[in-house]
Unconditional design. Structure first.
Length: 248
């Protein structure tokens, strides 16, 4: 069956993919295919993960994180698109300074607002550090009077990190099972089920294989999520994702 990079799926996307995967299998009479035991184990892990995810959504700190994350996303978006507009400026100095600052952002990749929580925090800190310590970038910032924007970005990112660490501590105190570790367990159940289907399909000596239709349907599902991941890589640095999709 087609492969997918599961760690790159957001928690909400990951859960939906797993539920769609098991849903398709259930429509193909898993008992007759000899995969009902593996499916049950996989479904159980998916259900456990969903419980943890719903707890995360219900957390007061999670809601505060969403607001702070949107703040810092809006700040980097505002800076990015402000500078982008000046790359079309008729004055060459403004155009060059804008491109200089844009390069300092894209140096750390595209789709910054779509990174997971920890990666975005680190990336924004690196950008802010460059802006503070490199004279040519400081001059460009002064040219555009970007200090208020940068103060907003720094403050939102710092508050986000403090709140994120507080939530992590809360999770650790309340429940030793984190979403990350549960995802790893669920991955193992997913691969066990997927490999079981593949193995039984390969062992069929007389075609047509009773697994062919199921595999085609599951591949169609996987392809849709792979397209989602590919499209995410092509999003410009200033784009954001749905704030309701919890990023771990």
């Amino acid at each position: 069956m087609n492969a997918i990079d599961l760690p790159k799926l957001r928690n909400a996307e990951y859960l939906q993919y797993l539920k769609d995967f098991s849903g398709i299998i259930n429509l193909n009479n898993p008992a007759s295919l000899g995969i009902d035991n593996k499916l049950s184990a996989f479904t159980a892990k998916t259900d456990e993960l969903e419980v943890l995810y719903k707890k995360a959504l219900a957390s007061e700190k999670t809601q505060e994180l969403l607001i702070l994350d949107e703040r810092r996303d809006n700040a980097i978006n505002g800076i990015y698109y402000f500078l982008m507009s000046f790359t079309y400026h008729y004055e060459s100095d403004k155009k060059q300074n804008a491109q200089l600052l844009l390069n300092s952002i894209t140096l750390y990749g595209t789709g910054i607002a779509r990174l997971n929580y920890q990666a975005e925090t680190a990336t924004l800190n690196n950008i802010l550090r460059d802006w503070e310590n490199k004279p040519e970038l400081l001059n460009a910032i002064t040219t555009f009077n970007l200090s208020p924007w940068i103060d907003e970005l720094r403050d939102a990112n710092a508050q986000f990190n403090t709140k994120y660490l507080s939530r992590t501590q809360e999770y650790g105190d309340a429940n030793p099972e984190t979403i990350k570790s549960k995802r790893e367990e669920t991955n193992m159940a997913y691969y066990a089920l997927r490999d079981r289907i593949d193995a039984l399909h390969l062992l069929v000596e007389t075609p047509p294989s009773p697994y062919a239709t199921l595999i085609n349907q599951l591949n169609a599902l996987t392809d849709q999520y792979n397209v989602l991941l590919i499209n995410r890589q092509n999003i410009p640095a200033g784009e954001t994702d749905n704030p309701l999709s919890i990023r771990s």
